[in-house]
Design a binder for this molecule. Structure first.
Ligand code: HEC
Ligand code: HEC
Length: 307
């Protein structure tokens, strides 16, 4: 017998066996369950037809020879038959082109319905509703809303207690820690903390006006401790002489000049959420998916933590 038929029969038998096993093994099995019996009959038909069709075409590939008249040209021994384009194929080709034009213009016009468009419209509508509903929230309720946003979006890095999980992210219960201040004073900072690019110079641009010289290592340590202590202790004179010109006497910052290093503010947090932040601790991603009110709320929550 032809090897091909032998493989066909083996394959068919195997497929039928697997089908039988999976149906008979299932709940109800073949015991007068008409649906299962129909399913098996369908599967048997599919297997038989598939095997028959595959065998037919493989046979044809093995035995067929091409016929017809060859064109005069020959490309390195590869010729071309002068056969007519099959009618069925040509009709299908034309119909496909007509269907394609219909699809783009009438069926699913490029500028009409799309799932992404529907999603965007729904999102915009929801945001409008959200803003209308929550625009007037202030005070305690805003802080509560911020806490929910924090627990959903921020605790994975900053921790449930917002303590930064042992240095994995910034500790938000204090405005700033000494090692962060020190790093910024030594290296400068360019994180758009004011909302737009306004870098702070590094130590080579920081003069202590009391001494008239560039800030020293000892002064950096002192001023870092001073800022981290909530603007108290030694280092006050360095701050007054070097930093106050931009950050203000009380460290609360000046609009368009420098951010507050004494307290968090909702604006500062919003700027951090809009631009992300890179520093000595690591990198915080920006949060485009929060809307303005959510940013304000989480800013109010964080501001409330360090008071
Ligand atoms: C020339 C003005 C200027 C001076 C002087 C200056 N700063 Fe700044 N500082 C800035 C600006 C602007 C930023 C915001 C930079 C940014 O967007 O990343 C900043 C940011 C900071 C930050 C980062 C805050 C954060 O949340 O990461 C700290 C800390 C800081 N300054 C501390 C100091 C200290 C301490 C001094 C004095 C030794 C000082 N700065 C002097 C302008 C100044
Ligand atoms: C992928 C981790 C990650 C997530 C999520 C994250 N943060 Fe941060 N965040 C950081 C890191 C790391 C820093 C410290 C950056 C640096 O080195 O100064 C930081 C810093 C901050 C600061 C700046 C503190 C400072 O001293 O200036 C604020 C404010 C802050 N995050 C708020 C948030 C809020 C609000 C969310 C949630 C909406 C959030 N973070 C989500 C990692 C994260």
């Amino acid at each position: 017998m032809n090897k091909l038929y032998l493989w066909g029969i083996i394959f068919t038998a195997l497929m039928l066996l697997f089908t039988y096993m999976s149906v008979a093994g299932s709940e109800g099995g073949l015991n007068d369950d008409i649906v299962n019996i129909l399913a098996i009959a369908g599967a048997v038909a599919l297997v038989l037809i598939s095997v028959f069709v595959v065998i037919k075409y493989v046979r044809q590939m093995q035995t067929d020879t091409a016929d017809g008249q060859l064109a005069d040209e020959s490309w390195d021994g590869i010729g071309e038959y002068l056969n007519e384009v099959p009618k069925g194929w040509a009709i299908m080709f034309l119909l496909t082109m007509v269907w394609g034009m219909w699809y783009f213009t009438v069926g699913y016009p490029v500028n009409a319905y799309s799932q992404i468009g529907e999603y965007n419209e729904d999102t915009a509508a929801h945001n409008e509703k959200f803003n209308a509903q929550y625009a007037s929230i202030t005070g305690e309720r805003l802080v509560e809303m911020g806490e929910s946003v924090f627990l959903a979006e921020c605790k994975i890095c900053h921790g449930i207690a917002a303590d930064g999980i042992d240095g994995k992210a910034a500790n938000l219960n204090v405005r700033i820690e000494a090692n962060v201040v020190k790093h910024v004073v030594e290296n400068g900072s360019n994180n758009s903390l004011l909302g737009s690019e306004m870098p702070m110079p590094d130590r080579n641009g920081l003069f202590n006006n009391n001494t008239g010289a560039l800030i020293t290592d000892a002064e950096i340590d002192a001023v870092s401790a001073y800022v981290a202590n909530g603007m108290s202790g030694a280092g006050a004179d360095v701050f007054a002489g070097t930093c106050a010109a931009c950050h203000g006497e009380d460290g609360k910052g000046m609009e368009y000049v420098a951010p507050s290093v004494a307290t968090f503010t909702p604006e500062l947090v919003t700027n951090i959420l809009n631009h992300g932040k890179k520093g000595v601790i690591g990198e915080m991603p920006k949060f485009d998916r929060l809307n303005a009110k959510q940013k304000e709320a989480v800013g109010a929550y964080i501001t409330s933590l360090s008071k």
